[in-house]
Design a protein around this ligand. Structure first.
Ligand SMILES: [Mg+2]
Length: 233
């Protein structure tokens, strides 16, 4: 558990998707199915990752809408978003793809880190959706604050969410742990050391590692289970 009596505890600020949670079969699958349902076309995981590596496509609703348009189907953003949410959250007893999320941390890893660090979350998700996942997988761990898409004026790669967290803990050292170039850019803009997660099964792994290097990543890991080693634990 985090210890609130130590306000200057260093902060580990986590991105959620691709860092705490494997979303290959949830968000990424929802993007692919949304595009398929509107256009009849199949989009590869590699194509989706190319957009993520290019930066500026942190919002999966916007990316889905863009892909639908790129295939020549003029659906409105709200229509694409609504269908995406139906697939992701489920409807009328049909389970949503969000249930395919997988918690990445092995038992004990985050618990150990929480003895030394305060945890915070800065995600492009809606806060409520992030909280659902934390409640499902991370009971007993405290992530505070949780900054989601509606808590910031400008989204990643803008540093707003990180700056908001840092303002609450001005005396604390902080690290941001993310899995996209937008995360790395947000960290750099906030002058927070960045730890990049580049999963070995990422379809564009080498490109992502190069991007993290060019953004000055402090460390690069295959997944968060290696975090204690970064901090000598
Ligand atoms: Mg992510």
């Amino acid at each position: 558990m985090n210890n609130p009596s130590q306000p200057s505890q260093p902060l580990l600020i986590f991105d959620m998707d691709g860092v705490l949670v494997d979303v290959t079969e949830s968000y990424r699958e929802t993007i692919a199915r949304t595009v398929r349902d509107f256009t009849g076309r199949t989009i590869s995981r590699e194509s989706i990752q190319e957009y993520k590596n290019a930066g500026g496509w942190n919002d999966d609703w916007q990316l889905s809408h863009h892909l639908v348009h790129a295939a020549g189907v003029g659906a409105a953003f709200e229509e694409v978003k609504a269908h995406f949410q139906t697939l992701f959250r489920g409807v009328n007893g049909t389970p949503g793809l969000m249930l395919r999320e997988r918690w990445i941390a092995r038992p004990g890893i985050l618990e150990k880190l929480s003895l030394r660090f305060r945890f915070a979350l800065f995600t492009g998700r809606e806060k409520e959706e992030a909280q659902l996942t934390l409640d499902r997988f991370a009971r007993g761990l405290v992530f505070d604050p949780v900054v989601g898409m509606h808590e910031v004026e400008n989204h990643k790669p803008a540093p707003d969410g990180l700056l908001r967290i840092l303002r609450a803990f001005p005396d604390s050292a902080a690290y941001y742990i993310g899995d996209t170039v937008d995360d790395a850019r947000a960290a750099r803009a906030a002058a927070v050391p960045f730890i990049g997660i580049a999963a070995s099964d990422n379809p564009l792994h080498a490109g992502l590692v190069a991007l993290f290097q060019s953004e000055g990543a402090r460390a690069m890991l295959a997944d968060i289970n290696y975090l204690p080693e970064v901090f000598g634990q």
